[in-house]
Design a protein around this ligand. Structure first.
Ligand code: PMP
Length: 430
């Protein structure tokens, strides 16, 4: 079966607009660690996927999944030790107030439930997100996901704050000043709600601001946002679907890195290493108050097989010291990317932490005009040379590099030399 004829068959059943990566779509047939193999046996370095968090097809996760699938799989309406053990282990990674968990299957469901909890417990409807956010695909969550939802579909209960862009907007300001200025945007959104008779239920942010372009968040910003939300009678919801489970290396959770204490945290993507497992972590009080009038049950959420996968992910993170690896490799990658920035004028900015990086390409460093078309060429050329990454940001001009957590310095060398080669070729051709 050739890739072309598979593509034809796919379009006939999934439609022509079902998203696919790359100008030449990739047909992958096998994965192992940070490596992926296509139908022709060509090997690719995965510098993009965060769902296979501890590595593609990690044997311990596969073994845990299959062992539990062979034994029993039911839902959370029966007592099950695996589920309880997993909930205990997961919650032990949070600060003490975040002591309860609801299990779901996707990040979208988690954000949907988080919004329901916030609206029920505050008695308010308004939710603030950013102007280029993605939080999922359900009806309510799509309204706050400004990146793919037309503005007129956002409804009266959503306000978007502008995307922070310290690379362009710092203007010599300290973190304190910048954090204050960006927090003012949130305050203004709260006031706009109030003018329209809408109370604040929650501010909901991705703690990596990933779709927004992975900005360097000024220190203290998220804590200020929490204060503003609380003063307005609302809650802070931290979407950790991308940032969570140690992605930043220094901390298990993005909100801990930002020194903010959310009321609700939503989880997904890396949680089951590819198995659909997600969740909402919150306080005992909020869970109790929500549950007085609402029953939440999710048939597949937190089933025994999912919980076994989740436990194995936590075990591997710990036993293979993957947060430490993210810190060490992360610093190494940043140094390599900085060297490329010295060499290639197209690179305007390099930022990131742990194993999450953004390389912003600009037409010229003075105007900082986004180089979207060039970024697309780089992503496709990297794929041709066997390294997978993607792009983000309002100008589609930011390389998004977010590999599985076992990504090490050898993999980093391959990433950097390949990117160097691609960028040299691009500048020769232009
Ligand atoms: N929140 C964030 C920050 C995400 O990146 C995503 C997925 N890209 C979601 C929520 C939605 O998760 P899911 O696709 O599992 O519904």
């Amino acid at each position: 079966m050739s890739t072309e004829s598979l593509l034809e068959r796919r379009v006939k059943v999934l439609g022509g607009r079902s998203p696919l990566f790359y100008d030449k779509p990739l047909q992958l047939v096998r994965g192992e660690g940070v490596w992926l193999y296509d139908v022709d046996g060509k090997r690719y370095l995965d510098a993009y996927n965060n769902v296979p968090h501890v590595g593609h097809c990690h044997p311990r996760v596969v073994e845990a999944l299959s062992r539990q699938a062979r034994t029993l799989n039911t839902h959370t309406r029966y007592l099950d030790e695996t589920v309880v053990s997993y909930a205990e282990r997961l919650l032990s990674t949070f600060r003490p107030s975040l002591a309860r968990v609801f299990f779901t299957c996707t990040g979208s469901e988690s954000n949907e439930l988080a919004m329901r909890i916030a609206r029920e417990c505050t008695g308010n409807m308004g939710v603030i997100s950013t102007a280029f956010a993605y939080h999922g695909n359900t009806a309510a969550v799509a309204q706050i996901s400004s990146v793919f939802t037309p503005a007129e579909q956002r409804g009266p209960f959503v306000r978007n704050v502008p995307v922070m862009d310290p690379y362009r907007e710092r203007n010599g300001r300290s973190d304190e000043e910048l954090a204050g200025a960006y927090a003012q945007d949130v305050q203004r959104a709260v006031e706009d709600f109030a003018r329209h008779g809408v109370g604040l239920a929650a501010v909901l942010f991705c703690t990596a601001f990933s779709s927004e372009g992975l900005p360097v968040v000024p220190r203290g910003y998220l804590a200020k946002v929490a204060d503003i939300a609380h003063a307005a009678g609302g809650l802070l919801i931290a979407d950790e679907v991308q940032a969570g489970f140690g992605r930043f290396g220094s901390h298990m959770w993005g909100h801990d890195l930002h020194e903010a204490l959310p009321d609700i945290v939503t989880l997904g993507k890396p949680m089951g290493n590819g198995h659909p497992l997600a969740g909402v972590v919150t306080t005992a009080d909020l869970m109790e108050r929500f549950s007085e009038r609402n029953m939440y049950f999710n048939t597949f959420g937190g089933n025994a097989v999912s919980s076994a996968a989740g436990l194995a992910v936590l075990d591997v993170l710990q036993d293979e010291r993957l947060l430490e690896n993210a810190r060490r490799t992360g610093d190494y990658v940043i140094a390599g990317l900085e060297r490329l920035k010295d060499k290639h004028a197209l690179i305007g900015d390099v930022r990131g932490r742990g194993l999450f990086f953004a390389v912003e390409l600009v037409k010229d460093r003075a105007s900082k005009e986004p180089a979207g078309a060039e970024t697309k060429r780089v992503v496709n050329a990297m794929r041709e040379r066997g390294v997978l990454l993607s792009r983000i940001g309002r100008g589609d001009n930011i390389l998004k590099i977010r590999p599985p957590m076992p990504f090490n310095v050898e993999h980093a060398d391959l990433l950097i030399t390949t990117l160097d080669g691609v960028m040299s070729e691009l500048s020769r051709r232009s």
